[in-house]
Design a protein around this ligand. Structure first.
Ligand code: SF4
Ligand code: FES
Length: 262
C-alpha cells in the first residue's frame, strides 16, 4: 500500500551561468511514496507550470541508473542518502511525511551551472576525447575467443567500465577531484590486451586534460567511492598513478636513448 507524503523542498534556482542563484522553498503535498525522486520533481514541475511558473531544470535520460545523466546533491549528498544508487533510482519511500529536502546541483568549478540543477559536464567529454579510446584498427569483429583475456582481468575491466560518468565523485570530493572517473576510464582499457599499445600515452593525455580542466587532486578522503553509484574502487586511482609514473620513466628512458644515439 502506498502512502502520501507532504514535503518541503529547498531547491537551488539559477536562471543561467551568470546568475548568482539561490534557494527557493516549495511546500509539496500528496507525493506518492512509490514515486522515484525524479518523478516527484516531475509532479512539482507540473504544478509549477499550472501556476504559470518556470519549472525546475534538471537532467535525466534513462531513469534506470545506466546513463549517468541524472545527478543532484540531496541533503548534502550526491545522489542522495542510499549507497550505490543514482538519483533516478532513489525512491520517495525512503522519506517520511514532513521531511525537508534540500536539492542542489553538483558543486565544482569545472562543472559550471547551466540552469537550476543542470551542470555542464563537458569537461568529462574532453578528458575522454584526450585518450579514452583505442585507435588501433581492429578490422571486422574478431571471433570472441580469438584473444584470450584472463578472467580476473576481464572482471576487473568490467568493474571499471561500470562507471557511468555521472560526476558524483567530483561533487563529493572536497578537492573536486575527478581521479576516480579518470582512473576508471584508464583502467577499463588498460586492463585489456586491446588497450596496451596506447596505455602509457593514454594515461598521460587523460591526466593532463583532467588538470587542464581544473579538477583537483586526490588527497585520500575516499568520499568519491562513498558517493559513486557504481561502487568504483579507489584502488583504480592507485593503478592509474602507477601507470602515470611508468609512463614518465619510459618517456625519460626513451629520450635518453634517442639523445644518446644522436
Ligand atoms: S566514478 Fe562513479 S561517481 Fe564518478 S563518474 Fe564514474 S560512476 Fe559517477
Ligand atoms: S537518468 Fe540515467 S542514470 Fe539516472
Amino acid at each position: 500500500m502506498s502512502k502520501t507524503l507532504n514535503l518541503t523542498l529547498h531547491v537551488w534556482r539559477q536562471k543561467g551561468p551568470s546568475d548568482v542563484g539561490g534557494f527557493e522553498t516549495y511546500p509539496v503535498k500528496d507525493i506518492d511514496d512509490h514515486m522515484s525522486f525524479l518523478e516527484m520533481l516531475d509532479v512539482v514541475n507540473e504544478r509549477l507550470l499550472q501556476d504559470g511558473k518556470d519549472p525546475i531544470a534538471f537532467d535525466s535520460d534513462c531513469r534506470e541508473g545506466i546513463c549517468g545523466m541524472c545527478g543532484l546533491v540531496i541533503n548534502g549528498q550526491p545522489h542522495g542518502p542510499n549507497s550505490a544508487t543514482t538519483t533516478c533510482q532513489l525512491h520517495m519511500r525512503h522519506y517520511s511525511d514532513g521531511d525537508e529536502i534540500t536539492i542542489e546541483p553538483w558543486r565544482a568549478g569545472p562543472f559550471p551551472v547551466i540552469k537550476d540543477l543542470i551542470v555542464d559536464r563537458g569537461a568529462f567529454d574532453r578528458i575522454i576525447a584526450a585518450g579514452g579510446y583505442i585507435s588501433a584498427s581492429t578490422g571486422s569483429a574478431p571471433e570472441a575467443n580469438g584473444l584470450p583475456v584472463p578472467k580476473k582481468d576481464a572482471d576487473r575491466s568490467m568493474d571499471a567500465a561500470a562507471c557511468i560518468g555521472c560526476g558524483a565523485c567530483v561533487a563529493a570530493c572536497p578537492n573536486a577531484s575527478a581521479m576516480l572517473f579518470v582512473a576508471a576510464k584508464v583502467a577499463h582499457l588498460g586492463l585489456l590486451p586491446q588497450g596496451q599499445p596506447e596505455r602509457m600515452d593514454r594515461v598521460k593525455k587523460m591526466v593532463a586534460q583532467m588538470d587542464a580542466e581544473g579538477f583537483g587532486h586526490c588527497t585520500n578522503h575516499y568520499e568519491c567511492m562513498a558517493a559513486c553509484p557504481k561502487e568504483i574502487d579507489v584502488e583504480f586511482i592507485a593503478r592509474m598513478n602507477r601507470d602515470l609514473m611508468r609512463s614518465v620513466v619510459l618517456e625519460k628512458e626513451y629520450a635518453e636513448k634517442v639523445g644518446g644515439a644522436g
